[in-house]
Design a protein around this ligand. Structure first.
Ligand code: BEZ
Length: 394
């Protein structure tokens, strides 16, 4: 017969091992890990949301759909890129569905809602796209990790490239919301430092695509070049309207790579030739890792992956590494976060690591549209880290 003393000793041993992550806790053994997927599955960013979702699922499928040995279960919310519903939608996942982690989202304004809920409840939040600065700067949090970029990261390297091409006076144009404004901050910092002058900043509310009046204004200003942030369906419309207004080939167009990412089909490509962008990924990166990823994704989803798919895939890789370190016990937060902070992600974009503020330290590529490809011309910024200004972690 087992004595009370033996039972207590064994229990203490199990608890001790569980807290060090050596064996799964009772919960880890029995329950599925609940994953909340919060993305725009409709609207201007629908294609981006789907790609992030696909990428994440593919990373987990490659490892048998298990996290640290535990089965998983998905819960899904369409956030519609609607900031006003951000908190409510995140709470659906946390309070109603009791998820262990939220994977999402695309739009910076909606991310602010998820971020508020993550900070208040402590739920693990992995951001596979939205670049709002606050999430990994002043409002950074131990339970929030990003596998994409900060909004100013891709545009920081753009200004130097434009000045090297002799474009001394530029117009900046964007959607007026956090992502556009912060991409503008990055552009301004790099372009002014390289000696350029921004002669006009133009904007319109997200997701408005009535570009005509603004393009007429650009034509009258006659800058050396135009730089911008647009993405998804709006980016495609901007490129077509830019060409239709007679500006393509006359006033060179630059942008963060979202402008042309995942959009270069037969219809759009003729209007996009020569557009130069900076981004942390390109389909044309000639590495074994990228080739293998692209092939597997195309087979699985019958479509081509883009940067959003890569970021979702890396969110999956990050969670896999974290969960493995704690044998699936996501309540062992200290060990989980340490493993995620120290993760080296073998990404299709190239290997990257986490900054202290939980944002990727990564290369930025210079790309030009040729045919239907964003052809890589070189590395515009090596191992670029966001400032993480105001973040008090680690
Ligand atoms: C954002 O809102 O943060 C965002 C959306 C699309 C592409 C890049 C950033």
């Amino acid at each position: 017969m087992t004595s009370r003393r033996q039972v207590l000793t064994r229990t203490a041993a199990i608890l001790g091992a569980a807290s060090t992550g050596l064996v799964p806790s009772a919960r880890a053994q029995n329950a599925k890990i609940r994953i909340g997927m919060m993305f725009p599955y409709t609207g201007t960013f629908a294609q981006l949301g789907l790609a992030c979702d696909n990428g994440f699922r593919m990373a987990l499928e490659e490892k048998g759909n298990k996290l640290g040995g535990r089965e998983i279960e998905y819960f899904k919310v369409d956030d519609e890129s609607e900031p006003a519903k951000g908190v409510e939608n995140a709470n659906k996942l946390v309070q109603r569905d009791k998820v262990d982690a939220i994977i999402g989202t695309v739009h910076s304004g909606v991310q602010m809602g998820i971020h508020k809920v993550a900070r208040e409840t402590g739920v693990l939040s992995i951001i596979p796209n939205a670049g709002l600065h606050a999430a990994t700067r002043a409002l950074c949090a131990p339970n929030v990790f990003r596998t994409s970029f900060t909004n100013s990261q891709p545009t920081l390297a753009l200004g130097k490239v434009m000045m090297e091409k002799g474009h001394k006076k530029a117009v900046w144009i964007t959607w007026k919301y956090a992502a556009g404004d912060e991409a503008g901050e990055g552009f301004k910092e790099g372009y002014l430092a390289a000696g350029g002058t921004i002669v006009k900043e133009l904007g319109l509310p997200f997701p408005n695509v009535e570009f005509q009046a603004l393009l007429t204004e650009i034509a009258s200003i006659k800058p050396d070049a135009v730089a911008c942030f647009f993405s998804g369906g709006g980016a495609s419309k901007f490129i077509r309207d830019y060409a239709a207004a007679g500006l393509a080939g006359k006033i060179p167009l630059y942008g963060s790579g979202f402008l042309t990412e995942g959009l270069l089909d037969d219809e759009l490509a003729p209007s996009a030739q020569g557009i130069m962008t900076t981004l942390h990924y390109s389909a044309s990166l000639a590495t074994k890792r990228n080739d293998a990823f692209r092939l597997a994704y195309a087979k699985r989803f019958k479509m081509q992956p883009d940067v959003y798919a890569v970021q979702g895939y890396d969110a999956g890789q990050l969670l896999l590494q974290g969960a493995a370190a704690v044998n699936g016990d996501l309540t062992n937060k200290k060990a989980l976060y340490t493993a995620m902070e120290n993760a080296v992600i073998d990404s299709p974009r190239g290997k990257w690591t986490m900054s202290k503020a939980h944002n990727p330290v990564q290369d930025m590529y210079l790309r030009v549209v040729k045919g239907k490809e964003n052809v890589v011309l070189g590395v515009a910024a090596k191992a670029l880290s966001d400032s993480g200004a105001g973040c008090k972690l680690g």
